[in-house]
Design a protein around this ligand. Structure first.
Ligand SMILES: Nc1nc2c([nH]c(=O)n2[C@H]2C[C@H](O)[C@@H](COP(=O)(O)OP(=O)(O)OP(=O)(O)O)O2)c(=O)[nH]1
Length: 250
């Protein structure tokens, strides 16, 4: 039995990293069968018995970071060959195949990321450790609450998009701070396929101007205990623990 681990940072949001990984398949001569799939967090494949392996389990997990998606892979395998041949030869073969595969994969995911519209949001915190939330005034999500922000334009960085959106929507200058997390968006954003786009949330502070709701029907400053009870856009809920942690940190 041997175990190999690989870590790759892909310059792409979660869902893109996951979808591209799946469309490229696996670097094995034998087809693997999927046994777990939790888009876009994790998948697990195994090789069918009688394919030269006693066991082969390939597990991948995808984690959002400020720099992109961290892809962690683990291969647990036992070849059918006995003795040192069974340990050494397959291990080298798997390691070589994985490394070649991962380079091609990272490049393909970064290319695909350019084609998918992303959304950025700002969790703006004030001196009393409250966060600014905004109610959508129109469209299919009217009446629901969200973080100020919007779509990243082609060629624009996420941080520039955040600053621009907060100026347009709220009339304020902001300083973006820590990356807080990422969630897939259920709907179709900018004509893309369902679930392809993600919302990436950053902490931040207002550094200039007076708040005005230019596009939202209402703005509110809320403390950590008031977040859960709000009628959020459903996609945002998984981000609330990270926002509460941010408020608790002070
Ligand atoms: N800003 C923001 N958008 C969110 C959140 N959660 C969520 O699902 N969304 C979705 C709603 C929209 O489909 C998309 C953001 O689009 P938007 O309409 O705010 O973007 P935008 O300001 O660039 O809009 P536009 O130029 O196309 O009018 O992301 C959130 O917390 N904040």
């Amino acid at each position: 039995m041997f175990q190999l681990r690989f870590t790759t940072l892909v310059e792409a949001p979660l869902t893109v990293a996951f979808d591209v990984a799946r469309s490229l398949g696996r670097p094995w001569p034998h087809p693997l069968q999927e046994v777990v799939s939790e888009r876009p967090w994790r998948d697990v494949h195994v090789v069918a018995p009688g394919r030269g392996w006693r066991t082969l389990v390939h597990t991948r997990s995808f984690t959002a970071t400020a720099a992109g998606t961290l892809v962690e892979e683990q291969v647990d395998a036992e070849a059918a060959l006995p003795g040192w041949l069974g340990r050494l030869v397959p291990r080298r073969r798997v390691a070589r195949a994985m490394q070649a595969h991962l380079d091609a994969y990272a490049a393909a995911a970064a290319r695909r990321a350019q084609e998918v519209t992303q959304v950025v949001g700002a969790a703006l915190v004030d001196d009393r450790q409250r966060v600014l939330v905004a109610q959508r005034g129109s469209g299919p999500l009217a009446g629901l609450w969200e973080f100020p922000g919007g779509k990243v334009e082609p060629g624009e960085s996420e941080v520039s998009a955040l600053v621009r959106e907060c100026r347009e929507e709220l009339g304020v200058g902001i300083a973006p701070e820590a990356f807080l997390g990422e969630v897939p968006l259920d709907g179709v954003v900018a004509g893309g396929v369902p679930g392809a786009s993600t919302l990436r949330l950053y902490g931040g502070r207002i550094i200039a101007g007076e708040l005005v709701a230019h596009e939202h029907s209402e703005l509110r400053w809320l403390g950590p205990d008031e977040l859960e009870g709000l009628a959020w856009i459903p996609a945002d809920r998984p981000l609330l623990p990270a926002v509460r942690d941010l408020l608790a940190r002070g």
